[in-house]
Write a protein that binds this ligand. Structure first.
Ligand SMILES: Nc1ncnc2c1ncn2[C@@H]1O[C@H](COP(=O)(O)OP(=O)(O)OP(=O)(O)O)[C@@H](O)[C@H]1O
Ligand SMILES: [Mg+2]
Length: 313
């Protein structure tokens, strides 16, 4: 079974897409099979990895659509039809990073929040999405969701299907406000969606595993921001929204122009070939974060197994 993780925040521009793309690419580089699913109608991850030309082509296939939105019209397309295998290519079309696949989105995903157009108002979008995702789960070690900065239907698909939620944040106070709002929205969504969760161990609701500070200046003092986030995490743990070991991650992703450069050339940071101190430094940040995420996942699983064992299940 794959590990399904969301990069989710109620605040825009904090690094959801750059973390999803670059952590996904780092894991693929380490030999993991990774599927990145773009659930944001801004399509930033899709355009970044496909390039504008390939992405435009996808949008213009009216009728024979293979964008994510089409799976919500029963009978049109299944999620597996939307997968672009080994999405990272060089200019000649040669695969640069085997193992990183993408389900791209088009601008049409915005229609998901209009009941009139969503095709099937009886079955919630998140349930349709989960059913479609099941057929892909054995093919991947990680399925990573790049989420929009809200908790409307597309984000709900990710939340409903995820094991883990990682919350990117900047060290400003607005990120803390966004985190507080996110907790309230997650709590409400969990309440209304619980009837649709299948029974069994693999269908626990998604838990917040931690906060990742992104775009941090090397000389910045993060102590106060970290302490405030930790207080909020503790509160979410009491609400059972966050894992018992949820934390502010030790790894911080530094602020660097290498991200902008990666977007311009249409490659994830780990695939940038240039020898450059700034690029090497951020590659190593993403490697540290990928390792910390793997350790956090293992620790949570052990904690859950211990709990199940202790309570006789
Ligand atoms: N470590 C970093 N250093 C410098 N710039 C960064 C870094 N990470 C992200 N950025 C830049 O910050 C901006 C926002 O990043 P990103 O798109 O990843 O955020 P987001 O949370 O996905 O935004 P949205 O809510 O709009 O989806 C982008 O222009 C991106 O290139
Ligand atoms: Mg984004």
């Amino acid at each position: 079974m794959s590990r399904k993780i969301s990069f989710l925040s109620y605040k825009g521009g904090v690094g959801k897409t750059s973390l999803a793309v670059n952590v996904g690419a780092t894991l693929a580089q380490q030999g993991k099979r990774v599927l990145l699913i773009d659930l944001d109608t801004q399509a930033n991850a899709s355009i970044w990895l496909l390039g504008l030309e390939r992405w435009n082509e996808l949008n213009s296939r009216n009728g024979a659509s293979t964008t994510l939105y089409s799976i919500f019209n029963p009978g049109d397309t299944v999620l597996a039809d939307c997968v672009v295998s080994d999405v990272v290519k060089d200019r000649t079309g040669k695969t640069l990073l085997p193992g990183l696949d993408l389900v791209p989105t088009g601008f049409d995903l915005v229609d998901l929040d209009s009941d009139l157009e969503s095709g099937n108002p009886v079955i919630p979008a998140c349930v349709i999405f989960q059913e479609q995702l099941e057929s892909l789960e054995d093919d991947y070690d990680y399925i990573i969701f790049d989420c929009p900065p809200h908790t409307l239907k597309a984000a709900q698909c990710a939340i409903f299907c995820s094991d883990d939620i990682y919350v990117p944040a900047n060290i400003d106070s607005l990120s803390l406000i966004g985190f507080t709002l996110l907790g309230e929205k997650l709590r409400k969504f969990r309440r209304v969606s619980s009837a649709y969760l299948k029974s069994g161990r693999m269908n626990r609701p998604a838990e917040i595993k931690g906060v990742v500070f992104n775009a941090v200046d090397p000389e910045a003092d993060v102590a106060i921001a970290e302490a405030r986030m930790q207080v909020r995490l503790n509160q979410f743990r009491n609400w059972k929204l966050a894992a018992p070991n949820a934390k502010v991650f030790q790894t911080r992703i530094r602020r660097t122009r290498a991200i902008e450069r990666a977007v311009v050339v249409g490659l994830p940071v780990p695939s940038l070939g240039v020898k450059d101190q700034e690029v090497d430094a951020i590659k190593s940040d993403y490697q540290d974060l990928a390792s910390e995420i793997s350790r956090q996942t293992e620790a949570t699983e052990q904690a859950h197994e211990f709990f199940q064992h202790a309570s006789g299940f």
